[in-house]
Design a protein. Structure first.
Length: 302
């Protein structure tokens, strides 16, 4: 493919051709992307996004891959993954913390707790990066990213480097405006936390949350976390699926987890097709029994 040679010569960073997406998704599913690009600076990312946009080359942004299901055919275009140090990885000034988008969210939560900063401890144990957590407005136990978010640095293919504030991001339940924008990449963000808490107590709270999560979630098997969104006014999706008698249902290597019905797990060798077929069977039966069409929370890259 001609554009890959040009791209590789022009934009500094790491370039991986035909890179299997199964290596970069927690589901361990997904065929090769034409190119995976890891930029070495925000400027390189900015220039690269403009080039890809101008040449009509599709772009997929990867965080930790904990919420992604990628096609068995892979991705025709460029996947972009940020290194942890695309900006300063993490910096604390009083209650304000800035973190790079490629930083694991778990590290942000851990370091905030160690400094007695409260506001994100309920997010302990959520896998993935800061960038992915902003895109998804990740949350748990009544808290979400939007509660503490102040602003983010972003790169848009059309308008270049910019700052986005909370109003720009239009956070909602597991969503942000980024989900409707064409490949705007978050490079780093600022969060406002409350100082003065007891670090040991916060760390205990984080440990307890992780203990409870590990007791409920099938963390030993590849998955993308909660597969379906909860529907306002109805019991959680997992309960609806369980009541429909679907726990343990399998298609190929994909299975509705017997441990938590809103997790679809890869028990070995699952394909994207297996997961999509299983998803359709769950949706069909839940709709027949409960009268609601469950919407996937997982980002599906067809
Ligand atoms: C065992 C398990 C438990 C989970 N528990 C929870 C939970 O309790 N709560 C919860 O909310 N989620 C949960 N998840 C889902 C997942 O951890 C979150 O959605 C997480 O925020 C995804 O982050 P990521 O970096 O892996 O993003 P990815 O999965 O890589 O990407 C998700 C989306 O974000 C976009 N994206 C990623 N980085 C950027 C960036 N820098 N700029 C712009 N867009 C970007 C991607 O294009 C993609 O569309 C769980 C997942 C697993 C596997």
């Amino acid at each position: 493919m001609n554009w890959i040679d040009d791209f590789q010569n022009e934009f500094p960073g790491t370039h991986l051709r035909e890179e299997p997406m199964s290596r970069h998704t927690n589901f361990r599913i997904g065929g090769p992307a034409d190119l995976m690009y890891i930029p070495n600076s925000v400027n390189a990312l900015d220039a690269a996004l403009r080039y890809l946009n101008q040449n009509g080359i599709p772009v997929l942004i990867l965080g930790g891959g904990y919420n992604l299901l990628v096609s068995d055919q892979g991705f025709r275009g460029a996947t972009v993954k940020l290194p942890e140090d695309i900006t300063d990885p993490i910096d604390f000034q009083g209650g304000t913390v800035t973190a790079s988008a490629g930083l694991p969210l778990k590290r942000l939560v851990r370091e905030a707790a160690a400094r007695g900063l409260t506001g994100i401890e309920n997010l302990a144990g959520i896998p993935g990066t800061v960038g992915g957590a902003i895109y998804m407005n990740a949350g748990a136990y009544g808290s979400c990213v939007a509660d503490v978010f102040q602003s983010a640095g972003a790169v848009c293919p059309e308008s270049g480097v910019r700052t986005m504030n909370a109003a720009d991001l239009q956070f909602n339940y597991r969503s942000s405006i980024l989900q409707e924008m064409r490949c705007t990449v978050i490079t780093g963000a600022e969060f406002r936390l409350r100082p003065g808490a007891n670090p040991a107590e916060l760390e205990d709270r984080c440990r307890e949350i992780i203990r409870v999560r590990n007791g409920k979630h099938p963390v030993g098997l590849p998955s993308a976390g909660s597969f379906f969104r909860n529907t306002r006014g109805l019991p959680p999706a997992g309960r609806l699926i369980e009541e429909a008698g679907l726990k343990g249902l399998a298609v190929g290597g994909a299975q509705v987890s017997p441990m938590h019905a809103n997790f679809i797990v890869n028990t070995g060798g699952a394909t994207c097709r297996d997961v999509l077929d299983l998803m359709a069977r769950v949706q069909e039966k839940v709709q027949r029994i409960h009268g609601v069409l469950l919407e996937p929370e997982v980002r599906i890259i067809p």
